[in-house]
Design a protein around this ligand. Structure first.
Ligand code: 13P
Ligand code: SF4
Length: 340
């Protein structure tokens, strides 16, 4: 028998007894949302990623829409877009692996130009980020001279660079009111703009971008669930259409939605957002029953454990931002981060 075929050498991806034992404490965190039969497919990659993170002095930032084996088992920091931007700005690690979509990784690179920022799949995009370009912002400025431009972080670096200040769904109203003007351009999410307009006296001029995940929820769907599930509490993300928000009991960013569930502990809850978020919260609050009509974000779902492992093994795919774009984009993001 050759040395490479030695019977005790584990093959890549093999669920050995040693891996099973090392990974058991992590399985305890996710056992209510990942069936035992699926765990052997995840554990070897998790084990390898934890080792690679140390070797590379890397930190994994994961959005609330990442799947439970990423969110609960390999991420160092989890959160909404605002939290991920704040944490990226503060980490001491040399390398950031952003488990989320491209604009999130780009925001991290804008804030930390000296760090290596990796995204496990370069094609993890966003329908909102794709709905507007830097040239569109310049046209809007011509049409509304002197009106400040607030852009949602779900945009490219080029768009951020053309903006006065960025915002997320967690701080949009505070950012709009911080400008001290009667009118703002709020781009590109029309539904978030509409929601913000309802919370402030500032006139909000919107763009026509939509999130392909949240725009699919309907008030009819909520009505049907309320009829079928007694005492249901409905919590919605402000990227949902206005009639859906009107039919919800609480509206907030992904972090605010999670916080609401953890503090209010409703008996039965429906989270109108991306599917994985219910799984991630359910793993932490077993006493809450989650009703799960959800919509998948195909971009978020491009990030998987094998791709994270590959990213750390090969130090790819590295996010690069042209310094001439990064400097004005950073001003817009940092201005947002100064608003508490
Ligand atoms: P937040 O996590 O900032 O609420 O954003 C939701 C979202 O759709 C991100 O892509
Ligand atoms: Fe973009 Fe919507 Fe996916 Fe978030 S959920 S990344 S806003 S497409």
């Amino acid at each position: 028998m050759s040395q490479t075929q030695h019977p005790t050498s584990p093959q890549e991806g093999e669920f050995t007894a040693a891996i099973a034992s090392r990974m058991q404490p992590l399985y305890e965190r996710v056992k209510t949302v990942i069936p035992p039969v699926e765990w052997p497919a995840f554990a070897p990659d998790i084990d390898a990623i934890l080792r690679l993170k140390k070797e590379r002095n890397a930190v994994i930032l994961a959005h609330n829409y990442q799947t439970p084996e990423i969110f609960h088992c390999v991420a160092d920091i989890v959160g909404d877009s605002l939290a991920l931007a704040r944490e990226a700005a503060e980490t001491d690690a040399e390398c950031i692996v952003l488990c989320g979509v491209h604009f999130m990784a780009e925001t991290a690179k804008i804030l930390c130009p000296e760090k290596t920022v990796l995204i496990p799949d370069m094609d993890a995009g966003c329908s909102l980020a794709d709905s507007i370009t830097g040239a569109d912002i310049r046209l809007m400025r011509e049409r509304y001279p002197g009106v400040p431009v607030v852009t949602y972080v779900n945009t490219s670096a080029e768009v951020k660079a053309e903006s006065d200040v960025c915002c997320t769904s967690g701080n949009a109203v505070a950012v709009v009111e911080s400008l001290g003007t009667d009118r703002v351009l709020f781009l590109p999410d029309e539904y978030l703009a509409n929601y913000v307009a309802g919370q402030t006296n500032v006139e909000v001029i919107a763009w026509h971008g939509h999130c392909e995940v949240h725009e699919r929820f309907t008030p009819e769907e909520i009505g049907a669930y309320r009829k079928g599930v007694e005492g249901l509490v409905v919590i919605a993300h402000p990227e949902c259409p206005p009639d859906v928000l009107d039919a919800a009991d609480f509206v907030g960013s992904t972090a605010q939605m999670i916080n609401h569930v953890k503090t209010e502990r409703p008996g039965r809850v429906l989270l109108l957002t991306e599917c994985s978020m219910s799984d991630n919260v359910a793993a932490e609050v077993p006493d809450v029953e989650f009703v799960r009509p959800c919509n998948l974000c195909p971009h978020m779902k491009r990030i998987t454990l094998p791709k994270i492992r590959h990213a750390l093994e090969t130090m790819s795919h590295e996010i690069k931002v042209d310094p001439a774009i990064a400097a004005p984009a950073r001003r817009a993001v940092e201005r947002m981060l100064e608003i508490r």
